[in-house]
Every structure is written in structure tokens, then in C-alpha cells.
Design a protein around this ligand. Structure first.
Ligand code: GLN
Length: 197
């Protein structure tokens, strides 16, 4: 089992370690692989889109012709875990709480509208216990770093919220979180994702 970590920008190494750790805990034979070319992406069975800066990751993927390749693989059923900036990339439409509407390259794999930087700038980053009951994770340490929230979700299962704000969703084999599971000190979300492969 080859699990690609899209390694254009962002916390790619932390996701590599979380995937390796989850595979070990599950006693599975598999490998986390940093990927950044069409050829590398083509070889993987699943893909993690890590947190970082969605405008940078999206623009660089677009310039390298990777957006279409990733989208095709998602459409043909490849499991994908989108984290924070990765959730932004998966979404259908985006605005930015700090700067307003944005025009940025998106995969549009989820029928969701979201607000980037929904809790404000970097200094308003925080950790909060959340639950993802629908996927059997009753307690999880949510690490929110300039996190987006989903304001409107269609055709998706809502996995977690903070107040009215949707912070994680699932659609078929797509899991997307506004928080950072790779920084939680708990591999439950990565293990659930690996279970989908
Ligand atoms: N605010 C960033 C964005 O919109 C995401 C931050 C993150 O991935 N931690 O791209």
C-alpha cells in the first residue's frame, strides 16, 4: 500500500510520520511516500493533502499540471485526506475572512463552501477537544492553525463542528479536516483514513 503525501509546501514530513506510525500501529505493510510529480502521484493508492498555504499549493499544482491528475484520481475513487489547506483545495468555493473573496485554484472535489482563516490570523490558532463520533473517534485533540470552517456542505457527511462551524466532513473516500490530525499526538484519523484504502 503506497500512501502519497503531496509534498509541494506545508507540513509534509509530519504527515509522513503520522502515516508511518498509523501503519505500524495497524500492523499493515505499507509506506508513506512524498510525491510531487505526475508520475509519482500516479503510483499511489491514496493521497494526503497536507496543511500549509492553499494558494501556494494550488498555484504550484496548477502550473505543474497536477490539479487535473489529482482530480481524476479522486474521481476514480482514490482515498484522499485533506487537512486544513488540503480541505481548502478540495472545496468547491472559497472566501477569506481576512481578505474577502479569493480566486485560487481548487480541486472542487467536495460540494462545500468555506471561509479561509475563519478564526482569524495566526495568533488566534488554538487547540480544542472535538469529537468525530460518526467515524468512531469520540475524543480528539483538534489543532486549529489559521483554520478554515465550512459554511455550507452538500452531499457530504458532517463529522465535527465547533459551535455552528463545520470542521470536518466525509464524502465517499474523501476525509477533510479543518484541524491538523498529524499534530494531535494521536493517529486515529490517519488510521481511519488508511482503513478506507
Ligand atoms: N489558512 C491556510 C490557507 O487557507 C491554511 C492553514 C493551514 O493549513 N494550517 O491556505
Amino acid at each position: 500500500m503506497k500512501i502519497g503525501i503531496l509534498s509541494i509546501q506545508g507540513d509534509t514530513r509530519e504527515n509522513e510520520m503520522a502515516v508511518e506510525c498509523a501503519l505500524q500501529e495497524m500492523n499493515l505493510d505499507g509506506k508513506a511516500m512524498p510525491v510531487k510529480t505526475a508520475k509519482e502521484i500516479d503510483c499511489v493508492d491514496a493521497l494526503v493533502l497536507p496543511g500549509g498555504e492553499s494558494t501556494t499549493i494550488g498555484t504550484m499544482c496548477q502550473e505543474d499540471g497536477l490539479l487535473g491528475i489529482i482530480k481524476d484520481k479522486i474521481d476514480s475513487g482514490m482515498p484522499v485526506l485533506g487537512i486544513c489547506a488540503g480541505l481548502v483545495l478540495l472545496s468547491g468555493a472559497v472566501s477569506d475572512k481576512v481578505t474577502g473573496m479569493t480566486q485560487q485554484p481548487l480541486l472542487q472535489a467536495l460540494d462545500v463552501t468555506l471561509e479561509r482563516n475563519s478564526f482569524g490570523r495566526q495568533i488566534y490558532s488554538f487547540e480544542k477537544e472535538i469529537s468525530l463520533d460518526a467515524i468512531g473517534i469520540p475524543r480528539f485533540n483538534g489543532v486549529f492553525i489559521r483554520a478554515p470552517t465550512i459554511s455550507e456542505a452538500k452531499n457530504t457527511e458532517i463529522l465535527s463542528r465547533i459551535d455552528q462551524n463545520i470542521t470536518a466532513v466525509k464524502k465517499d473516500k474523501i476525509i477533510a479536516t479543518a484541524f491538523h490530525p498529524e499534530l494531535a499526538g494521536d493517529t486515529s484519523v490517519h488510521k481511519y483514513f488508511i482503513g478506507l484504502i
